[in-house]
Design a protein around this ligand. Structure first.
Ligand code: PMP
Length: 390
């Protein structure tokens, strides 16, 4: 059989050279295929062949479901990048950070032994990643409940110090890329630091993160979102044990095949020194510069701003190179920014998904080069048409 050649998103024809004029720019999901070219340059070091007999057991040799060799590689990687303290901390794995986030919420919510104890309130400051809301709502647990915006909670009169609270702090934040800090404090407040984007790809690294519970994912580090591998770095032994117990009941730990793949990929990264970080930063920086240049000509749309910061990994002051653009429609009448962009054939994600106003839209910048080029093409057209539609 002839190999079937797949055309890029907006091209068709036998040699994929015909541009589809009304093709839509998909800037919705955070599918991190911007890293695909890096792996295409490293086909051998990242390849994995697994014989049928290999790793059939539920357990590793030490009777756990956590590969110690992978764990030690993760610790080395954090030490090399300087983005997290792992000394004297425990490490738990999950099927992506999605499962880790659920395990952490469960582990930090005190058991509801008496019916008078109200559920732990789960908070995140707007704009927040929607999973923090969707997951508790879906699981409908008696011990934790999503309560909404952390700023609003802080100013509420019934937010007494005796209420148990979990605050999600996403840093860099999804959708706006800012290095968020915790805003709710108190004796009964626990913080989950979602560090999915705390890699030199997206942000300067001012110092190693040192939170009690920090969440990371392979998805935004190597781009292997489909392997479903995330981890948490946990200070407290009892929290760690509760997370392990959750993982046990939920899925008997993370697929051993996934752990093997994660190991192979992290090993390949390690062999390249700063290679993947240089590639990822260069790619994301170029994209951010192209996007900023395009929207700088616009009075209708604006972008989030960043102050450059010292990066300990590159040992210099660096700008941000965020995973997402958090676009604001400035005109009074453009209340539904998603609809404004959709009319121009651009699919983003509406502000309300992040607990925010619909005057905002998130555009994903981590997709493949083709998706990004089409996005820029569509935005350029929209901006150049601005005067005519004012
Ligand atoms: N946290 C944040 C902030 C994210 O943006 C994402 C994915 N977009 C996740 C967690 C979940 O990613 P995964 O389950 O692939 O690790």
């Amino acid at each position: 059989n002839e190999p079937v050649c797949e055309c890029n998103t907006c091209y068709t024809g036998p040699d994929c050279s015909q541009f589809i004029p009304h093709c839509t720019a998909d800037a919705n999901s955070g599918d991190p295929l911007f890293l695909e070219p890096f792996w295409m340059q490293h086909p051998t070091s990242s390849a994995l062949v697994v014989s049928g007999w290999h790793r059939m057991s539920y357990d590793y040799d030490d009777n756990t479901q956590i590969s110690r060799r992978l764990e030690s590689l993760i610790r080395k990687l954090h030490a090399f990048v300087g983005n997290a303290v792992t000394r004297n901390r425990y490490i738990v794995y999950g099927a992506g950070s999605t499962q880790i986030i659920n395990a952490a919420t469960y582990a930090l919510s005190p058991q509801n032994t008496s019916s008078s104890l109200s559920p732990t309130r789960v908070l995140a400051s707007v704009p927040y990643y929607s999973l923090y809301k969707v997951q508790p709502e879906y699981f409908n647990s008696e011990i934790f409940k999503f309560e909404g915006d952390a700023y609003t909670w802080k100013n509420r009169s019934d937010a007494g110090p005796s209420t148990n609270v979990i605050e999600f702090v996403t840093s860099p934040n999804n959708p706006d890329g800012q290095l968020n800090k915790a805003i709710v404090g108190g004796p009964n407040v626990k913080t989950i630091y979602d560090r999915a984007y705390y890699w030199p790809h997206f942000t300067p690294i001012p110092a190693p993160a040192d939170g009690d519970l920090m969440v990371f994912t392979l998805s935004k580090l190597t781009g292997h979102a489909g392997s479903r591998f995330g981890w948490a770095v946990v200070k407290d032994e009892s929290v760690f044990n509760r997370m392990i117990s959750h993982m046990q009941i939920n899925s008997m730990g993370v697929s051993r095949d996934t752990q093997l793949r994660a190991f192979k990929l992290l090993k390949a990264i390690q062999e390249e020194g700063t290679g993947i970080f240089d590639f990822a930063y260069r790619t994301m920086k170029t994209r951010w510069e192209r996007l900023s240049a395009t929207l700088s000509l616009s009075n209708r749309f604006s972008l989030q701003r960043f102050n450059p910061q010292y990066c300990s990994f590159y040992n210099e002051i660096r700008g941000f190179s965020p995973a997402y653009a958090w676009v604001k429609c400035e005109r009074e009448e453009d209340k539904d920014c998603y609809a404004v962009l959709k009319a121009a054939n651009i699919i983003g994600r509406p502000g309300n998904v992040f607990g925010s106003e619909d005057r905002y839209v998130r555009l994903s910048l981590v997709r493949n080069q083709d998706d990004f080029d089409i996005l820029i093409h569509r935005l350029q057209k929209l901006v150049s048409d601005e005067d005519g539609t004012k």
